[in-house]
Ligand binder design. Structure first.
Ligand code: ATP
Ligand code: PRP
Length: 217
């Protein structure tokens, strides 16, 4: 029996932005993943299937070989640590920034700030690199609420337009990293399934270049 290539995607913005790139690379799901409740979706290519997982779980699925390829935000990759993964391609989609934010005038230099975030590993590293102690408070969403109710002095969260911060009276204080979605590949699969993975990686790279050329023109 021939080899199968499994690609992990998450619903929402990653899926929306990745499907056109996959289509340019000649891969189209057999049914609309947003409408379907199925978690394993065949594609127009008999040897390629998609699996639909939570955005934060993509690195885990790919690192452990539950999928050969995946598309994950750089934020989730930094938080995961990236062990067991190659990251051959920046897809340039789902762009935003990982930022420290708080009330205007909150000194970013508080001696031991309480920081609410879903990115505890990234935040721990960021404050440690600055030689600062921070008390990290793990949340799973609605980080912007934490300073409002006095749960935290600062938050570490994704910022795109800044509308969510503004709507809650907060402002960006420092950028930790620019973020975009990346193609990730399981390290063992890169060797074992090179024949299948190499053309997909190359076609996606060409689709990204083509898209970027047409948006510049
Ligand atoms: P999960 O469902 O696992 O909690 P999530 O709800 O954060 O994840 P999405 O909101 O779909 O999932 O975000 C997926 C990825 O899109 C993030 O990891 C990040 O890289 C990027 N992203 C998140 N928010 C924005 C935004 N406002 N603008 C642009 N890109 C974003
Ligand atoms: C993300 C992020 C911020 C918001 C930033 O949330 O966690 O709250 O986007 O975008 P903005 O700067 O353009 O306002 P998302 O919309 O994904 O909601 P969720 O993570 O709570 O699902």
């Amino acid at each position: 029996m021939g080899q199968t290539l499994t690609i992990a995607l998450s619903k929402g913005r990653i899926l929306e932005d990745t499907l056109p790139l996959l289509a340019s690379a000649g891969i189209e799901p057999a049914e609309d993943p947003d409408a379907s409740r199925r978690l394993v979706l065949p594609t127009n290519r008999a040897e390629v299937q998609l699996v639909i997982v939570r955005a934060t779980d993509v690195p885990t699925y790919v690192a452990h070989g539950g999928a050969d390829l995946g598309v994950a935000g750089k934020d989730t990759l930094l938080e995961h640590g990236g062990a067991g993964l190659y990251e051959p391609l920046d897809l340039g989609i789902a762009r935003c920034r990982l930022m420290v934010a708080g009330y205007p005038g909150t000194t970013e230099r508080l001696r031991r700030p309480r920081v609410a975030t879903k990115f505890v590993n990234i935040s721990r590293r960021y404050f440690a690199e600055q030689g600062r102690q921070a008390e990290l408070i793990k949340l799973y969403g609605s980080m912007e609420l934490a300073p409002i109710v006095g749960l935290a002095d600062l938050i570490v969260d994704l910022v795109d337009t800044g509308n969510t911060l503004r709507a809650n009276g907060l402002e960006p204080l420092a950028t930790i990293a620019p973020i975009s979605a990346r193609l990730v590949v399981n390290r063992a699969a890169m060797k074992m399934k090179h024949r299948l993975i190499e053309p997909v990686t190359r076609a996606l790279g060409e689709a990204v270049n083509e898209r970027d050329r047409s948006t510049v023109e």
